[in-house]
Design a protein around this ligand. Structure first.
Ligand code: PA5
Length: 405
């Protein structure tokens, strides 16, 4: 299923006490039916689903939606995002864009009190009420912790429909819950297939350490880290995977980077970044290793045409497919980077579809938890994120002297 090639450094197997991931794929068939039912309603009544959330509460859905829908998709409901920035320009222009569209809103916040989505929702709620009146209640859907939080209280007070993120599942591990599944289903992606891939990975990566690729990936990164390769570059050659990179970056960054430890997770999108950061990767500071993701089969391909004059000198490629050339370029990049002193891990999956994306995301989550355990840090908390929030709120409340006035 998942083919894994890595720099052979690992000699020993570690016996680790890995935290259990038993709630990750916790979605009953009733919940799934309800998600599909609401998704169908949105598909029938809306042009746009606006997902309001930040961090783990939206990156997973966006990653899957981008990876599994066509590049230029005019058939499905357009999924847009807010609450992940505090740009007044973004929100103003978003609301203007929405004027000519039928809109549903899904607010996704586990805690229900994160500043960025809460502010965006305050503005969007007003917009929806002014535009749709009482019907806005039907068009606003809340996804939050099942037990507590301001958003849960607000949903009950206002009569919004509610989906639950299990209390045990943190934001960056929540893509297999309703937090990810509702927007993914609205985008027209088969959520059963997505979950099926994740469940297969859950089975495959539950086995003992020696035969477990999630362990091997985690061990390899840990060994490289100890050798001084303190940065991991996740790379792929398919632009549809850019947002999956972002999800991965957040998963590993927030799970591992604490107590002054952890690999810095960075991402590159090829070919674009070969002509941007490629020089540094090949010849700059030797601090990084690279993890290449490749899907063998990608929907849609095009053949290089033959030309009589061959003015661009590319007739030697005539008749070959673009995807095949892309795959060869991946092999060339791996060879060059290895030669330049950048260890390369290769992760290959058969097909870019919902099933294999679900499989890969579970693989990364499992590996991330193992990896954090190897580092001796808690993979599920993010205490450092509080620091900026405290400073920001203090400034907003006027407790600091405005030094630049
Ligand atoms: O992964 C995480 O736990 C975080 O990135 C959260 O998802 C993010 O901070 C948003 O939190 P919340 O869903 O509570 O609004």
């Amino acid at each position: 299923m998942l083919n894994f090639d890595y720099p052979k450094r690992i000699q020993q197997s570690h016996i680790l006490d890995i935290p259990k991931l038993e709630h990750l794929i916790e979605c009953s068939s009733e919940q799934l039916l309800e998600i599909e039912h609401v998704a169908e309603e949105i598909q029938a009544s809306a042009d746009v689903l606006l997902v309001i959330g930040v961090g783990g509460s939206f990156l997973g859905a966006r990653a899957v939606i981008d990876a599994c829908t066509p590049y230029f998709n005019t058939n499905n409901v357009e999924v847009l995002y807010a609450g992940n920035n505090m740009s007044g320009a973004y929100l103003t222009q978003l609301l203007t864009y929405l004027e000519s569209k039928e809109v549903y809103v899904n607010v996704v916040s586990k805690s229900g009190s994160t500043m960025e989505p809460a502010l965006a929702f305050r503005i969007v709620k007003k917009y929806m009420e002014e535009r749709y009146g009482d019907r806005s209640k039907q068009r606003i859907i809340i996804t939050t912790d099942g037990n507590t939080g301001l958003l849960k209280e607000m949903a009950a007070r206002e009569g919004y429909r509610q989906f639950v993120i299990p209390t045990e599942v943190g934001g960056r591990y929540s893509v297999f819950t309703s937090a990810g599944l509702l927007p993914i289903a609205v985008a027209g992606i088969d959520i059963h297939s997505f979950l099926c891939g994740a469940r297969q990975a859950e089975t495959d990566f539950a086995v003992d350490e020696l035969n477990n690729l999630a362990y091997q990936y985690a061990f390899t990164r840990f060994e490289l880290y100890k050798e001084g390769f303190v940065m991991e570059l996740l790379a792929s050659f398919e632009p549809r995977l850019n947002k999956l990179h972002e999800w991965w970056k957040q998963l590993f960054g927030e799970s591992e980077g604490k107590e002054h430890k952890g690999l810095y997770p960075s991402t590159v999108n090829y070919s674009t970044d070969l002509h941007a950061i490629g020089q540094f990767i090949q010849e700059g500071s030797r601090i990084m290793f690279e993890t290449l993701i490749h899907f063998e089969e990608v929907e849609a391909d095009v053949e290089i045409p033959f030309t009589l004059d061959d003015r661009d000198g590319l007739n030697y490629l005539a008749g070959r497919s673009m995807n095949a050339i892309n795959a060869t370029s991946k092999d060339g990049v791996a060879l060059a980077h290895e030669e330049g002193g950048v260890p390369v891990i290769k992760i290959v999956l058969p097909k870019l579809d919902a099933y294999h994306v679900g499989y890969l995301m579970y693989f990364f989550m499992k590996a991330c938890v193992i990896s954090a355990t190897l580092l001796g840090v808690n993979p599920f908390d993010q205490p450092g994120v509080e620091a900026y929030k405290k400073k920001m709120v203090k400034l907003l409340k006027g407790d600091f002297v405005q030094v630049n006035k």
